[in-house]
Write a protein that binds this ligand. Structure first.
Ligand SMILES: C[S@@+](CC[C@H](N)C(=O)[O-])C[C@H]1O[C@@H](n2cnc3c(N)ncnc32)[C@H](O)[C@@H]1O
Length: 353
């Protein structure tokens, strides 16, 4: 039976791997982030801690072509209105190393990513129907035609592909080059996707300068629990979304139940994955995610609980958000940000439990 004996939490599948993975910076937008994983890798240190002495000794290259001095660089770090400083990154190298070892496994439907394959059965309709409900113009056959989607942390393209087949124009980005190579290869098997999906090895912060207010929709599915700085991630999403654009997030709650099922049972009792593969500290409660989204220009419209059945290898929507959940938020207009009471929340917001 597909999925039998697997964890009901996607997160329970993660494998710990030793130091030595490589974080690649944007192939197109190569900025200061190309410095973040130096050869020989400082596994347990924050990249910022290793960069300062290095930069004091040499000139640094920013934005492809221009060499600038450190004082100039520091000025660039703190531009007013920029949602992050040049040296900050959402990338946590320890998390990326986990994905490095699985980079060729994305399309094995019965492998480590089986739960993400079956999650498409609920997340794709959720995204499609929510987007269509916000639009007047529905096109049969290609309902998402004309919709520009940014799939952040696209991995091997498991979600980007069905969204492309629904007609959307999808840009899939991931910091790990091997993930993007796998996504590109798989896309090439379906000619329909050739013009609808483009993939790039880069991060959301790399996108900010070149793609301000570009996308109608951002999806970040099973990604925020891997990032180094969730608030910065959210701010960058806000920058690249068009006004009133939609942000879809799926992730794992930081609850006692997710600790019990995802760590104690899955890792230590059933040994579905080796002990120590989870980082419960990086899970995030829906209330906490809302607390980060709302002051950063988003109105949360929907929060829905999700449950994985390991015996059937399938996902269902449930009333409780205590383990996995999906969230839809809309980029609020300036008026709504100034006067939140005026904001019209027209979709039922299900209460997190
Ligand atoms: C669990 S996978 C989810 C893949 C894909 N979204 C899906 O649902 O099929 C998490 C992905 O997030 C990527 N990732 C990790 N840190 C990231 C970051 N800071 N920014 C963007 N993507 C990141 C990983 O490389 C990996 O591909």
């Amino acid at each position: 039976m597909r999925g039998c004996g697997r964890s009901w939490l996607w997160g329970a599948r993660r494998l710990g791997v030793p130091c030595g993975g490589v974080v690649r910076s944007g192939s197109v937008c190569r900025g200061a982030h190309s410095l973040r994983a130096l050869p020989g890798n400082h596994c347990d240190q924050h990249p910022q801690m290793t960069l300062e002495p290095f930069l004091n000794k040499c000139k640094i290259q920013l934005k492809c072509s221009s060499f600038i001095s450190l004082p100039e660089g520091k000025k660039k770090m703190s531009l007013p209105g920029q949602p992050y400083s040049t040296w900050q990154t959402t990338v946590d190298p320890k998390e990326i190393r986990k994905f490095q070892v699985l980079a060729q496994k994305w399309w094995d439907e019965d492998g480590q990513y089986a739960a993400l394959h079956s999650m498409n059965e609920i997340r794709v309709p959720f995204i499609r129907d929510t987007v269509l409900n916000l639009q007047n113009d529905h096109r049969l056959g290609s309902p998402l035609s004309g919709v520009k989607i940014l799939d952040v942390g696209c991995g091997g393209g498991l979600l980007a592909e069905p969204l492309g087949r629904l007609g959307a124009s999808v840009t899939g980005i991931d910091p790990l080059e091997d993930n993007i190579s796998t996504a590109e290869l798989h896309k090439s098997f379906d000619p329909v996707l050739a013009k609808r999906i483009q993939y790039r090895t880069c991060t959301i912060e790399d996108m900010v300068e070149e793609a301000s207010e570009t996308f109608d929709v951002i999806v970040a599915s099973e990604v925020v629990e891997h990032v180094a700085d969730v608030e910065m991630f959210i701010r960058c999403c806000n920058e690249v979304l068009k006004p009133e654009g939609s942000l879809f997030i799926t992730t794992i709650n930081k609850s006692q139940l997710s600790y019990f099922l995802g760590i104690l049972i899955a890792e230590r009792v059933l040994h579905i994955v080796p002990a120590g593969t989870h980082n419960w500290e990086k899970f995030i409660a829906p209330e906490e995610l809302e607390r980060l989204l709302e002051p950063n220009g988003f109105l949360v419209k929907t929060v829905k609980g999700m449950l994985y059945n390991p015996f059937f290898g399938s996902w269902n929507w449930i009333g409780s958000t205590s383990i996995n959940y999906a969230l839809h938020a809309v980029k609020s207009s300036i008026q709504e940000q100034l006067d939140p009471k005026e904001a019209s929340v027209d979709v039922d917001k299900e209460q997190p439990q």
